[in-house]
Each structure stands twice: as C-alpha cells, then as structure tokens.
Design a protein around this ligand. Structure first.
Ligand SMILES: NC(=O)c1ccc[n+]([C@@H]2O[C@H](COP(=O)([O-])OP(=O)(O)OC[C@H]3O[C@@H](n4cnc5c(N)ncnc54)[C@H](OP(=O)(O)O)[C@@H]3O)[C@@H](O)[C@H]2O)c1
Length: 257
C-alpha cells in the first residue's frame, strides 16, 4: 500500500518524501531483496551512496519493482576521496542505478580543508547538466555550509546528519532553518537504547513502538527520516509513524533525553 507521505520542497518541482529507506550495510542479494520489499511496503525514497557498494542491486530492484521512475526519489552520495572526479563518480552511480539522473546528490562528508568549494562547484555543474535534480551535503556544520554559499551563491538544499534523542541540538536545527536547509537525520534507531523507560512510557501511551516514537519525534522537528531495516515488518512499522502525534510534553521529554 502506498502511504501518503508528506514532502519537503528542495527546489522548483523537486519534492523530497520526508520518510525514506536507508541502505547502508545492505549489500548483494540483501540490498536487492530489501529494496524490493521497501518499495512493495510503500517507500518511495531510497537513500544510497557510492560508498555503500549497493547501487547495482538497488538499480535492479527499482527496475524489477515496476514502480515508475518518476515516482521514486533517489539519493546517492560522493565520497570525498573522489574530489576532482565528480563527473565520473556520478556517471558511475547513474550507470549502476540504471537511471539518467538521481534526485539528490550529496557530498558524503566534508572533503579536506580547501576542497569543499571546488567539489560543490562540480555538484552545481552536474545539476545544470541534468545528472541530478538537486544537490546537498552530509555531515556539515553551519560554518562549512556558509562557506559554500559565500563562494558560489548556492546553499545546499539538504544536510544529512546523525540524529537521535541523545544528539538533539535545537541550535543546529535553527541554524539550518535560517539557511533553508532541509535536515535529514540518520542512525536514529541505532543510536538509541530502545528499552529506555522514558521512551517505553511514551510508546505505551500511544500503543506504538519505541522506534516509532523516535522517528515520529524527528518528523515533529521537520527532520526527514531514513530508517534502514532488512525486515518487512519493521519497514512497515517505520513507515507508519504518521497515525499518531506526540504531545508538547512528550516532545520536551525526548528533546531533553
Ligand atoms: N550520511 C551519512 O554519513 C550516513 C551515515 C550513516 C547512515 N546513513 C544513512 O541513514 C540510514 C539509516 O541509518 P543506519 O542504517 O545507520 O541506522 P538506523 O536506521 O537508525 O538503524 C538500523 C538498525 O536498526 C534496526 N531496526 C530498524 N528498524 C527497527 C525497528 N522498527 N525495531 C527495531 N530495530 C530496528 C535495523 O535492524 P534490521 O535491519 O535487522 O531490522 C538496524 O540494525 C542508513 O541506512 C544510510 O542510508 C548516512
């Protein structure tokens, strides 16, 4: 069943589904099977990276799924070791994925000092060439983003960063909001003890699971979620987090976790 998933606008006509499917550490047949299952369960946003070594399998899963390419949002990422070889890197991603463009291309983490701006310039060229519909960064702080804006006049549309109750940083969110940068949060389940009594109490109050509380909490903060699972029932669980809302007091509890 395709769920109605809200989107965040990254630019004219570029709508990022606020719930995506993470694919780090899934390779080979597991990457193929998991992506097929995720699409079947209703995910329409897939997060991969050159580094993950699974673009071939994801590409095959996309094609075999029968879902229209235009209905799927694909993100991939350039490892900064490929600085200077941006065009070859995105062309290799497109070939592996079997598509003529991705929807979002991220600098996976900041390149060595002084290399960030040239990589960003190459990203803007790739977007102009139609190889990606939007461009962004990952693991950047506000100062590094400001450097890109100052040097090129273009601010990344997205910053993908680690996020979990223990890593909550209201100032960082405000900084990104001020710059109109959409935040995507990764590894939130991995970085949270899922048996924490405060989270269990909130989950019980809503008849949901702790992973659902953590994911819902991020969405309340306008943080895009990209949970990864190889299990169908967990994929469905992680996608079904819009049927309940946390109260202001519950949000505060998780913020202050
Ligand atoms: N930009 C970056 O530098 C960066 C870094 C890390 C990750 N990412 C992206 O973010 C995605 C998510 O992060 P992540 O994969 O590190 O961690 P995550 O999604 O927070 O957690 C994944 C782990 O949680 C388990 N899990 C998933 N759903 C669950 C549920 N409902 N109940 C209990 N356990 C559950 C999974 O096990 P099973 O598979 O067995 O269900 C897996 O062990 C990645 O896959 C990747 O796409 C980006």
């Amino acid at each position: 069943m395709a769920h109605e998933i809200p989107t965040a606008e990254l630019g004219p006509g570029v709508q990022l589904p606020t719930i995506g499917f993470g694919t780090w550490q899934i390779t080979g047949s597991s990457a193929y099977e998991s992506t097929r299952t995720a699409l079947d369960v209703g995910y329409r946003h897939i997060d991969t990276a050159t580094m993950y070594g699974n673009e071939d399998e994801i590409g095959r899963a996309l094609r075999d799924s029968g879902v229209d390419r235009s209905d799927i949002f694909i993100t991939t990422k350039l490892p900064p070791s490929q600085a200077g070889r941006e065009r070859q890197t995105i062309e290799a991603s497109l070939k592996a994925l079997g598509v003529d463009h991705v929807d979002l291309w991220l600098i996976h983490w900041p390149p060595a000092r002084g290399r960030s701006v040239p990589v960003w310039e190459a990203f803007l060229k790739a977007r102009e060439a139609g190889l990606t519909r939007s461009v962004g960064v990952s693991n950047y702080d506000a100062a590094l983003i400001d450097e890109l804006t100052k040097e090129t006049g273009e601010t990344p549309a997205v910053n993908q960063v680690a996020w979990s109750p223990a890593q909550h940083d209201a100032q960082f969110l405000a900084d990104m909001r001020d710059r109109r940068v959409v935040v995507e949060g990764y590894s939130s389940l991995k970085n949270t003890p899922l048996d924490d009594p405060r989270l269990v109490a909130i989950a019980e109050a809503h008849g949901v699971t702790v992973p659902q509380v953590v994911l819902r909490w991020q969405l309340h903060h306008d943080i895009v979620i990209i949970p990864k699972s190889t299990r169908r029932e967990r994929m469905a669980e992680n996608l079904s987090v819009l049927d309940f809302s946390l109260t202001a007091a519950e949000l505060e509890t998780v913020n202050a976790w």
